[in-house]
Design a binder for this molecule. Structure first.
Ligand SMILES: Cc1cc2nc3c(=O)[nH]c(=O)nc-3n(C[C@H](O)[C@H](O)[C@H](O)COP(=O)(O)OP(=O)(O)OC[C@H]3O[C@@H](n4cnc5c(N)ncnc54)[C@H](O)[C@@H]3O)c2cc1C
Length: 304
């Protein structure tokens, strides 16, 4: 079952650019509104290109005009990414449409409507519900919607919009430091947690990841508390959702808020020195052992 149309909204061409390919699994026609677009969004049938905001202005200023456009074009579902600008725009557009923006961990079409799943009680429960408002405005983290192959018709329509004056002004734009991360596309992921005693010890995980051809991910404390890895690398209810073939959790306890982001991996392997760690309850394979012994042994074995 699928809907007639889905609309993807991007506050800039780089934000959640893969969302259109995911939306294809929900609707026959996938359209996009992209602020600052100069080309068709891959996966979209129609890209409505909105001019980039003037220097100092924010894409959020387009919220009212975008909401109007979505209403006029009969949008049935509106999807935005989980980055900060997209979340902001989601709330503003939803308010203009008289509905609310929902952050979802799953979306499906059932019968003639949508069913979404969301985490509740800080990840301790999952709710399954039909969004009340129409159109549904959903915030979707990378990896929640599996990407479809279909390219889309690739039409582009330029629509002139001017952002409404906002009290906030951009005073400086700086490129983000560090290498780009695309956990959602990774087929193998090594996830590291607080079991590592020191930042320098992450070298052991990096060597294993290199031997496996895997991306490195982490639990939230490593990114937000310790700052050892960028926030794009943490998975879970408030981080990325991933669907790799293999997720190897190393020194990760397996709290529900973390596992929500990885429980769609095909195979989960856990290495933890505590045999009672919750991660073993969800792992397909488990090694009870000290990561400082197990990781070098595993990397050596893979190198042979
Ligand atoms: C609202 C909310 C949202 C949250 N969102 C997220 C989220 O999105 N993602 C997320 O990850 N967390 C999230 N959390 C935090 C989450 O609840 C856990 O606190 C966190 O995931 C724990 O990280 P950890 O497993 O790295 O650390 P710990 O829970 O401290 O676990 C460390 C593990 O390492 C093991 N260990 C220690 N030394 C070794 C060794 N030498 N060898 C092998 N194993 C060893 C220990 O036995 C332990 O199991 C959230 C929490 C809240 C309240």
């Amino acid at each position: 079952m699928s809907l007639g149309n889905a609309w993807v909204v991007l506050p800039n061409p780089a934000a959640a650019a893969g969302l259109a390919r995911g939306a294809r699994g929900l609707a026959d026609e996938v359209n996009a509104v992209v602020v600052g677009a100069d080309a068709a969004l891959p996966g979209a049938d129609l890209t409505v290109a909105v001019p980039a905001p003037p220097v100092g202005a924010l894409a959020e200023g387009y919220a009212a005009s975008i909401a109007e456009l979505l209403q006029a074009r009969g949008a049935q579902i509106v999807l935005l990414g989980a980055d900060v600008s997209s979340r902001l725009l989601a709330g503003l557009v939803a308010a203009r449409l008289g509905t609310s923006a929902l952050t979802v961990q799953g979306v499906a079409v059932e019968g003639d409507g949508l069913v979404v799943s969301r985490t509740a009680y800080a990840g301790l429960a999952t709710t399954t519900e039909r969004p009340a408002g129409s159109p549904a405005v959903l915030v979707v983290a990378p990896g929640v919607l599996p990407a479809q192959e279909e390219a889309g018709a690739g039409r582009v329509e330029h629509v002139d919009m001017a952002p409404a004056p906002e009290p906030l002004r951009v005073v400086e734009v700086r490129p983000k430091a560090g290498e780009p991360v695309n956990l959602a596309a990774a087929t193998r992921v090594v996830g590291v947690g607080r079991g590592f005693a020191d930042e320098a010890d992450l070298r052991l995980a990096r060597e294993l990841a290199a031997a496996l051809g895997a991306e490195l991910a982490c639990s939230r404390p490593l990114a937000e508390g310790l700052g050892w890895l960028p926030t794009e690398r943490y998975v879970g209810v408030s981080g990325a959702t991933i669907r790799p073939d293999l997720y190897l959790a190393v020194g990760v306890s397996g709290q529900v808020q973390h596992m929500v982001g990885v429980n769609q991996a095909k195979v989960i392997v856990a290495i933890n020195k505590d045999k009672n760690a919750p991660v073993f309850g969800q792992a397909d394979l488990g090694v009870v052992g000290d990561l400082y012994d197990v990781l070098p042994a595993l990397t050596n074995a893979l190198a042979r």
